[in-house]
Design a binder for this molecule. Structure first.
Ligand code: SF4
Length: 358
């Protein structure tokens, strides 16, 4: 059986053609599952019995199961999703002005071992399949429609949950194509952001292979020396290697690269650090997200005081770079940036550094 949610519209068209089904079958199926978001195709009136028979014998429509849900008072929702092999990942719904951003995981655990990240501490288990990425979206959407029908729209997707998305390039690319397909979920490409710690093999493929979605780079320090202490991958792929490649990724009109900067007390939050960041990015089409560190049990880093954060922001803005301090959401349930970890039974949680929610 082929996982239905692993297929692009073109894949499905091809299969339907080969099975000698009516050309509209693929359209009906995508419409039924992605637009109407129904899970029982047998109720689809516009399919022939031959098509239904073919579908029943060919496709697996399994979705991840919601194993556990935690809701924060700020309306953030963290799901622990159970996958077919018993592995779990976390998916987070982040509220924003009556709509939602969905933070997706791309791997079970992560191989990058960033020192501030709760997921990194978990180690790498495996890549997610395309259908498991799409499945996180569909499950969260179904939950939202049932539980909060008045505001059930997911408008943005960020690949900032567990895992390094570019380490799982093919599955993330395919899922992004399904998200933006007019026959699929029809999300706007500029509403999807893929965040990377600077994984060079994926960055090199981006320009040719990735649909026109947004990129966010987890920067966190303006020098190699400091960055490598936060992101060990920087020793292999230093700033002078990855920044020109990120610069060369085409951005649509009015678009920019988001640079995530995790602010940790006493390490990368000084005025010198702020000036170094401003100088590094001042001539780029850049947008900076400052993310005050979200503590988790056993972490070595601390969150700076609010005054320190404000002073840092003002210095960076003096270089004419739009800068936002990210409001922490979901910290109460450990659903905030860098806090995702499914290795614990307590469902501690999200890992990458979530970017703009707009
Ligand atoms: S921050 Fe992202 S890349 Fe780094 S260990 Fe965590 S999940 Fe992996």
């Amino acid at each position: 059986m082929i996982p239905f949610y692993s297929l692009s519209y073109q894949d499905l068209r091809k299969m339907c053609d080969q099975a000698d089904l009516a050309p509209a079958t693929a359209n009906h199926l995508f419409n039924w599952y992605y637009k109407k978001r129904k899970l029982d195709f047998c109720r689809a009136h516009n399919l022939s019995s031959k098509a239904k028979q073919y579908i029943l014998s060919s496709f697996d429509f399994a979705l991840p199961k919601i194993h556990f849900v935690q809701e924060s008072t700020d309306k953030t929702v963290k799901f622990l999703m159970l996958l077919h092999d018993g592995a779990t990942v976390e998916t987070v719904l982040i509220p924003f002005q009556g709509k939602y951003t969905l933070c997706l995981s791309s791997q079970v655990g992560c191989a990058m071992n960033c020192s501030f990240c709760y997921t990194g501490a978990q180690g790498f288990k495996r890549h997610l399949y395309t259908e498991e990425i799409i499945g996180q979206f569909l499950r969260a959407q179904i939950w939202l429609t049932e539980q909060r029908p008045a505001d059930d729209r997911i408008l943005n997707i960020v690949f900032m949950g567990q895992g390094e998305p570019l380490h799982n390039f093919d599955a993330v690319k395919k899922a992004s194509e399904i998200f933006i397909s007019q026959n699929g979920l029809s999300l706007a490409d500029h509403k999807i952001t893929i965040s990377t710690s600077g994984y060079l093999p994926g960055l090199l493929r981006w320009k040719e292979d990735m649909p026109n979605v947004n990129i966010a780079l987890s920067l966190h320090a303006a020098t190699n020396e400091k960055r490598a202490q936060l992101i060990p991958l920087n020793r292999r792929y230093p700033l002078e290697t990855i920044l020109p490649i990120v610069d060369a990724i085409p951005q649509g009109k009015k678009r920019f690269v988001t640079y995530e900067y995790l602010l940790t007390s006493g390490f990368n939050d000084s005025s010198e650090d702020a000036h170094a960041l401003g100088k590094l990015l001042q001539h780029k089409k850049a947008y900076i997200n400052l993310i005050p560190f979200n503590p988790y049990p056993g972490s070595q880093w601390k969150r700076p005081a609010d005054l320190q954060i404000l002073g840092f922001k003002q210095i960076v803005e003096s270089y004419s770079i739009p800068t936002l301090v990210r409001t922490t959401k979901g910290a109460q349930i450990l659903a905030a940036c860098g806090q995702l970890n499914t290795s614990s039974r307590n469902m501690q949680t999200c890992s990458h550094l979530p970017a703009q929610i707009s």
